[in-house]
Design a protein around this ligand. Structure first.
Ligand code: 1HE
Length: 269
C-alpha cells in the first residue's frame, strides 16, 4: 500500500478505502469538534498532495461526530500566542492544503453535518461538491472572536455567495442553513431525510466511474481558468480539451455512443 493512503500513518485523519479508488477522509478529532490544528493541516497537505498519484479516484471528505468542523483550533492558537509572522505561515500552510484540494485533480465531495464554521467553511469550500442535510449550518464567527479569516474565505466563500454576503457573515455572525444555503451557493445538494454522508458517497461512487484524466481536468482546469483572462482561459481550455478529448481511454465510450449502446441523456422522470 502506498504510504500516502495508509491510514496508520495519520493521527488526525481517519482514512478508509472503498471500492473503485474511492476514499473517505474524515477529520477525526470529534472531542474538539474537528477544530483544525497544525497537525490536521499538515496531514491534509500530505494526503491531497499525492492522492492522485496514489490512485485515489474520488474522496468523500467528512467529519467524525456531530459536527463537520469548528474551524481554527482557537485553543491551540491562544496557547501558542503567535507572532504575526508565525500566523502568516500558519495561513500559508492552510492555503497549501486547500489549494492542493481544489487544484489537485481528484474530485472531492464534502459531506457536511452540524457546524461548518470559520475555517471549517474554508475547508469545505475547497471541495468540488458540497452536500448538506437538515442539521448542517454555516457561519463565519471570526468577527465575534476578534480575528479575521485566513484560510481562503475571502476568495472561495465570496466566490460562492458574493462579496457582500460573505462580508455580512463575518461582520454579523449570520448563520445560513437548509435550502437557503443551497440557493445561495454554499452547497449544491441538500438531503431532507437521511444523511449528507450517504448522498456524498452516492455522488462519489458515480464520479469515480469517470476517466481519471477527465476528472483531473474538471477538478483542476476549471479553477485555474477562473483565475485567467477570458482570452487565456479559452486558449488553455483548447489545450486541455486537446489532451483530454483525445485520450485513448475515451475511445471506448465514444464508440459506445456511436454504436448506440451508451446511455442517452434524458430529463429526470
Ligand atoms: C474547540 C473549537 C475550536 C470546539 N478550537 N477547540 N471557530 C469558532 O468560533 C467555533 C467555535 N466552536 C463552537 O462554536 C462550538 O464548539 C460548536 C458549535 C462547533 C460545537 O458546540 P458544542 O456545544 O457541541 O461543543 P463545545 O462544548 O463548544 O466544545 C466541545 C470541545 O471542543 C471543547 O473542548 P473541551 O476540551 O473543553 O471539551 C471545545 O473547546 C472544543 N472546541 N470548537 C478549539 N474552534 C485560518 S483563520 C480561520 C479562523 C477561524 O476558523 S475562526 C472560527 C473559529
Amino acid at each position: 500500500m502506498n504510504d500516502v493512503v495508509n491510514p496508520d500513518t495519520y493521527e488526525t485523519l481517519a482514512i478508509s478505502e472503498h471500492d473503485n479508488g474511492l476514499y473517505v477522509v474524515k477529520l477525526n478529532r470529534p472531542s474538539k469538534r474537528n477544530a483544525l490544528d497544525v497537525l490536521t493541516i499538515e496531514e491534509l497537505i500530505r494526503f491531497f498532495s499525492s492522492a492522485r498519484m496514489a490512485g485515489v479516484k474520488a474522496v468523500v471528505l467528512a467529519g467524525e461526530g456531530a459536527h463537520f468542523c469548528a474551524g481554527l483550533d482557537l485553543v491551540e492558537h491562544w496557547k501558542a500566542d503567535r507572532s504575526a509572522d508565525d500566523f502568516m505561515h500558519v495561513c500559508l500552510r492552510w492555503h497549501e492544503a486547500f489549494n492542493k484540494m481544489e487544484y489537485g485533480g481528484v474530485p472531492i465531495i464534502a459531506a457536511l453535518q452540524g457546524a461548518v464554521v470559520g475555517g471549517g467553511l474554508e475547508l469545505a469550500s475547497a471541495a468540488h461538491v458540497r452536500v448538506i442535510d437538515s442539521g448542517t449550518y454555516f457561519a463565519l464567527p471570526e468577527g465575534q472572536r476578534g480575528i479575521f479569516t485566513g484560510g481562503g474565505a475571502t476568495i472561495r466563500v465570496s466566490d460562492m455567495i458574493g462579496k457582500y454576503r460573505m462580508i455580512d457573515m463575518v461582520l454579523t455572525g449570520r448563520v445560513y442553513q437548509g435550502q437557503e444555503a443551497v440557493d445561495l451557493g454554499l452547497a449544491q445538494y441538500i438531503v431532507e431525510d437521511g444523511t449528507s454522508f450517504d448522498k456524498a458517497m452516492e455522488l462519489a461512487e458515480k464520479v469515480a466511474q469517470n476517466l481519471p484524466l477527465t476528472n483531473f481536468a474538471i477538478c483542476s482546469a476549471v479553477s485555474h481558468m477562473n483565475n485567467m483572462s477570458g482570452m487565456d482561459a479559452a486558449y488553455a481550455e483548447a489545450f486541455v480539451g486537446g489532451i483530454v478529448n483525445t485520450q485513448p481511454a475515451a475511445r471506448e465510450r465514444l464508440e459506445a455512443f456511436a454504436n448506440k449502446t451508451a446511455a442517452r441523456v434524458r430529463p429526470k422522470s
